[in-house]
Design a protein around this ligand. Structure first.
Ligand code: FAD
Length: 419
């Protein structure tokens, strides 16, 4: 009998040992699943957030900082690590400075580059220059997004590295799903940029259409005027050149895919197409690439989007992307975060009494601030893809430089008012 019990025990112990061995050795995946399930249960029970923000670029991080500063419980979900490089011209208008300061965001230690003048060049050697009415600064997204990320963390925001795959709205609240968790909240801000899996999930209109634009960006060392942002026109696109922090040059261009795909690689495309603008050729030839290879993104769409969809308030590029030629998307992302945050606070505190009013007010405010700028950006961009129009345009602004600053004013805002 004694022997029998000890055999049973041994068997049981063996099974348990095998199970833990399997969990330990055989698969990290299984271990992962057990931990995730445990985490999921706890998470769902504990976290009912005031606001969930999807996407941690400029718009999402700014809103997270604003709302957490006012005491709201905020979770931001971002699929990438910080810091990281992003395809962007990295020239940002000074209109954002008063607002950033009001959120205690100080970019001065970043060594960013003050920029006060603008230059436009064409393939046939025409050049127009003007002072920028408000001016701006050059700062890499690697640096700027990371400053905002650290500020959001120090304000007490929870920032999860995860990818949102679904959002549902029921009983006046949201459930936001990632592969690892489900988070419930009263409000969701959509800050997932110009093109995301969430656009597909929401079957937004623009996502089904193919877009002919792609963009390429890299950092270089070299010598270009430090206080100037240049826009060089070439067949099928534009290339922005300006300095960011520590004297680094950012070169970022938008190109039409149809021409791009005729060439074997980026280098060949640049040599055959971009170098036809001799100003641009000289910039490339005198600069040294600092990245292993340039970053690229495709399917960039400038189509209209709605600022509110499925009860989600969209901010930044998720609400609408201005043509990069106007160089103002970053300021718009930050400004739209401010508009959304102020209305969200009013709703949270009960001054705005219903979700319906919140959504209507946000739509009105968004259109009031950005509607005309986007239209102007679209008109300008399509006019300047036409060679003859570009030549007329440059001749006009060469003889009347004040015209260029009028156009810049139409696509930029005033310094963001802070209450
Ligand atoms: C070629 C080019 C040049 C430009 N040059 C300039 C310029 O010089 N000056 C200027 O002011 N603007 C410029 N812009 C525009 C500017 O880059 C954008 O307007 C700005 O980045 C918008 O910020 P955002 O926060 O809305 O989006 P983003 O900065 O793109 O952030 C969106 C974030 O959402 C995350 N995300 C997406 N889906 C999910 C998901 N499902 N789950 C979790 N996270 C998700 C992404 O990882 C990303 O970090 C340029 C744009 C382009 C294309």
């Amino acid at each position: 009998m004694k022997k029998k019990i000890s055999n049973k025990k041994r068997l049981k112990n063996n099974i348990l040992r095998r199970f833990f061995e399997m969990l330990n050795n055989s698969s990290i995946y299984l271990k992962y699943l057990v931990y995730i399930r445990f985490f999921l249960l706890n998470y769902n029970m504990e976290k009912k957030q005031d606001v969930v923000i999807i996407g941690g670029g400029l718009a999402g991080l700014t809103a997270a900082i604003h709302l957490s500063k006012k005491g709201l419980k905020v979770i931001l979900i971002e699929k990438s690590e910080y810091p990281r490089h992003k395809v962007c011209g990295e020239y940002i208008s000074n209109e954002v400075l008063p607002y950033l300061l009001s959120l205690d965001i100080d970019i001065s230690p970043s060594n960013s580059q003050q920029i006060s003048s603008f230059e436009f060049t064409t393939q046939n050697g025409k050049i127009a220059r003007t002072k920028l009415p408000l001016g701006g600064f050059g700062i890499s997204r690697y640096m700027l997004d990371n400053i905002l990320y650290k500020k959001a963390l120090s304000n007490g925001c929870i920032i999860l590295k995860d990818t949102v795959i679904a959002i549902s709205f029921e009983n006046d609240g949201f459930s936001v799903t990632t592969p690892n968790q489900i988070i419930n909240s009263k409000l969701v801000l959509g800050a997932f940029g110009k093109r995301s899996n969430i656009d597909q999930f929401l079957t937004r209109n623009f996502i089904a259409k193919k877009s002919p634009w792609l963009a390429v960006k890299a950092h270089y060392s070299g010598n270009v005027p430090k206080d100037q942002v240049s826009l060089h026109n070439f067949s099928g696109g534009y290339c922005g050149v300006s300095k960011v922090e520590n004297g680094i040059i950012n070169i970022c261009y938008l190109a039409d895919y149809a021409t791009f795909k005729k060439y074997k690689n980026i280098e060949e495309y640049q040599k055959n197409v971009l170098y036809k603008n001799l100003q641009l050729k000289s910039v490339f030839e005198k600069s040294t690439l600092l990245f292993e290879r340039p970053l690229t993104i495709s399917q960039i769409s400038f189509d209209k989007k709605r600022p509110v969809e499925s009860h989600i308030l969209m901010i930044g590029d998720a609400a609408g992307l201005i043509h990069p030629m106007c160089g103002n998307g970053m300021a718009m992302a930050i400004h739209s975060a401010k508009i959304a945050s102020e209305l969200v606070l009013k709703y949270h505190w009960g001054t705005i009494t219903s979700r319906n009013i919140l959504e209507k007010k946000y739509t009105i405010e968004w259109k009031k601030h950005f509607g005309k700028r986007l239209i102007m950006g679209r008109i300008l961009a399509s006019a300047l893809t036409n060679k003859a129009m570009t030549n007329i345009f440059v001749r006009l602004i060469a003889s009347m430089p004040s015209l260029l600053s009028i156009i810049i004013k139409q696509t930029h805002g005033k310094p963001i008012a802070v209450n």
